[in-house]
Structures are given as C-alpha cells and as structure tokens.
Design a protein around this ligand. Structure first.
Ligand code: B12
Ligand code: SF4
Ligand code: SF4
Length: 264
C-alpha cells in the first residue's frame, strides 16, 4: 500500500468515527509545538486533525442550555473521532495518541489552563480546513467557526494536506459586533480576561471566588452565593463537564455555506 492509499484509509476511518472534516499536517509543519509533540510521542511524524460541526441552530439559540448541550455532544463527537482514528493507527502498527480537544489541560503555572498541548485553531489552518477569522478562531469553508477540533499524534508518515488557497473569513465583522463584552478587536485580537469572565461565569472562576470567600471569612457574601443560582449552575457544570456561557463569536460567523445567518 502506498502512503497516499494509507492516508486515505486513515481519513475514511476518521469520517466513519464521526469527524465532519479530517486533514493531515506533518509534525515538522507544526514547529511551534515541536516540544509538546516530542513529549507526547517522541518519534511522531504526523498529526491527523479532525473537526466536528456544531448544530448552528443550537448555538444560536437564546437558551444557553441548548448551546451547552450541543457543545458537550460536539466535543464528544470530535473526541470519539480522534480516539477511533488512534485505535485504527495502532492496529496497523503505528503508535498514536489522541490529544484532548480542550480538557484535561496543564493547569500549572505559567499555562494555568490557557494553552493547549496543540493549538487546534493553528492545526486546523495548517490542515487546510480554512483560515483565521477576525474572531481569532478557525473559520472553515464548510461550517464557518462553528466547529470543535481535536486530533491524533502518530508515528505514521502521512503526506500533509495543502493549505486553503482562499481567505475564508469574509471580514463582515459580525463576530466583533456580537461580542457582549467588547472582548474582540478584530484581526484575531482578544481580551482573554473579558471573554473568560463571561464564558466561565459559573465555572472555575466562580468556584475560586467561593473558596476565597470562605478563606477570608466573608460569610455574608457566602450566604448570597449559597442561596443563588450560581451554585446550582456550578453543580451542573461539574456534572456535565461543560461550562461555556457565550457562543456569539462562533454562532454569528456566517462563513458557512450550509446555514447562513439570514436563515437563522
Ligand atoms: C485557552 C483557550 C481559550 C481561552 C483563550 C483563547 C485564545 N484566543 O487563546 C479563552 C478562555 C478566552 C477561550 C475562549 C473561547 N474559546 Co477557546 N480554547 C482555548 C484552548 C483550550 C487553548 C488555546 C491556546 O492554546 N491558546 C494559546 C495560544 C496558542 O493562542 P494565541 O497566543 O492567541 O495565538 C494564536 C493567535 O496568535 C492566532 N494567529 C496567528 N496568526 C494569526 C493571524 C490572524 C490573521 C489571526 C486572526 C490570528 C492569528 O493563532 C495562534 C494560534 O492559533 C483551545 C483548545 C486547543 N487546544 O486549541 C480552545 C479553543 C480555541 N476554543 C474554542 C472556542 C470555540 C472558544 C469560545 C467560542 C468559547 C466557547 N463557547 O467555546 C471562545 C472564543 C474566544 C475567541 N474569539 O478567541 C475552540 C475554537 C474552534 C474554532 N473554530 O477555532 C477551541 C479550538 C476548542 C476546540 N477544541 O474546538 N478559549
Ligand atoms: S465567546 Fe463571547 S465573550 Fe468570548 S469573545 Fe466570543 S463573543 Fe466575546
Ligand atoms: S463573523 Fe465575519 S469577520 Fe468574523 S470570522 Fe466570521 S466571516 Fe470573519
């Protein structure tokens, strides 16, 4: 079997396992992640990048729980595709490691959960899925920014895919205008703190506030927290593993041929 034939077989497996997009990047073309890739798998040669699409209707829903539920399953979908592909590669004698789409992450300083082992936006761009958008996210030809991305590091030498030739972002700036806290300034510039305060509203930061309040003896504030919706919501976060409270810059990106904003 030629390398091209094996690559096609790997891609077919990823699609069968639930990926909507699959592409290959040579490990040397992700030189920014060389250190991480060597730590994950010392003789790695390729990264198989997979993406799963969201339901745009769900992440555009005004009911946040619908968007959260869709996100849990879209992450599940892309992680299943990565795992299934890794298992297939190993069955063919090529060591392979599926890398998390988002968590678990390195929570120690200096990363503190703000940097993935592999940045999947970058990997998606290099795998030819599309280009960077004004929102700083990967904008794909097929689904705009409404995708979750993951992948597999493997020793198999698979020929890389070409970069997308066109700029997929149409620079309409809807993402920037849709941000409820003005965290986006275009050209991919983002105030991570402003965004994080919203998307993790009842996630880690809330939990930290609770612990800090107890440590500092701020019991009046604690009583408020104990009786409010935040604690119950945080419990749901722990139960489901999902903690996002904003999807606007993903959901309002109309660079999707399948479901433009006009049809929302
Ligand atoms: C930490 C993190 C965050 C942080 C920081 C985000 C950030 N911009 O770095 C916070 C909490 C703010 C966040 C928010 C969100 N996140 Co987030 N996040 C991550 C995570 C876990 C790690 C990212 C990372 O390592 N960043 C650190 C470094 C690498 O990023 P950086 O210094 O900004 O460098 C980038 C830019 O310089 C850019 N860049 C380079 N050249 C150019 C050129 C141009 C023109 C542009 C525009 C950009 C650009 O590329 C570099 C790397 O790609 C990834 C998962 C993963 N492993 O990739 C998900 C991930 C990026 N998040 C995702 C999403 C969807 C979101 C949110 C919509 C929240 C939500 N509801 O899910 C928002 C969107 C905010 C935004 N518009 O960026 C998706 C993005 C999917 C996509 N289509 O691209 C990812 C890939 C998760 C996944 N597996 O699907 N996130
Ligand atoms: S996820 Fe929401 S808060 Fe964060 S940058 Fe996008 S629109 Fe703004
Ligand atoms: S909403 Fe418009 S400007 Fe923003 S990333 Fe999508 S196509 Fe680009």
């Amino acid at each position: 079997m030629t390398r091209e034939e094996f690559k096609q077989e790997v891609k077919d497996v990823a699609l069968e396992q639930g990926a909507d997009l699959v592409g290959i990047v040579s490990a040397r073309d992700l030189s920014e992640h060389e250190e991480e890739i060597v730590r994950i798998l010392p003789s790695a040669k390729s990264v198989v990048v997979v993406a799963a699409k969201h339901s745009l209707a769900a992440i555009r829903s005004e009911t946040n729980q619908m968007a959260q539920f869709d996100t849990i399953h879209t992450y599940g979908q892309v992680e299943k595709a990565a795992h299934g592909t890794a298992r297939f590669l190993e069955s063919r004698g090529a060591p392979a490691v599926a890398v998390p789409a988002f968590i678990p992450l390195d929570m120690a300083a200096p990363k503190k959960g703000m940097r993935g082992e592999i940045c999947w936006r970058r990997a998606g761009v290099r795998a030819g899925f599309g280009s960077y958008g004004e929102n700083g996210l990967l904008v794909t030809r097929e689904f705009g920014s409404a995708v979750r991305v993951s992948g597999v590091v493997t020793t198999a030498e698979l020929p890389g895919d070409p970069l997308a030739e066109e700029d997929v972002c149409d620079h309409c700036m809807r993402c920037v205008e849709a941000c409820p806290v003005g965290a986006l300034a275009g050209e991919g510039k983002i105030n991570k703190k402003l965004c994080g305060d919203i998307i993790f509203k009842h996630g880690f930061r809330y939990f930290q506030q609770l612990i800090e309040g107890i440590a500092e003896g701020e019991y009046a504030q604690m009583r408020e927290i104990l009786e409010g919706e935040g604690l119950r919501d945080m419990w749901q976060t722990f139960m489901t593993g999902n903690y996002y409270y904003c999807f606007k810059c993903q959901a309002q990106c109309p660079a999707s041929a399948l479901y433009p904003v006009e049809n929302a």
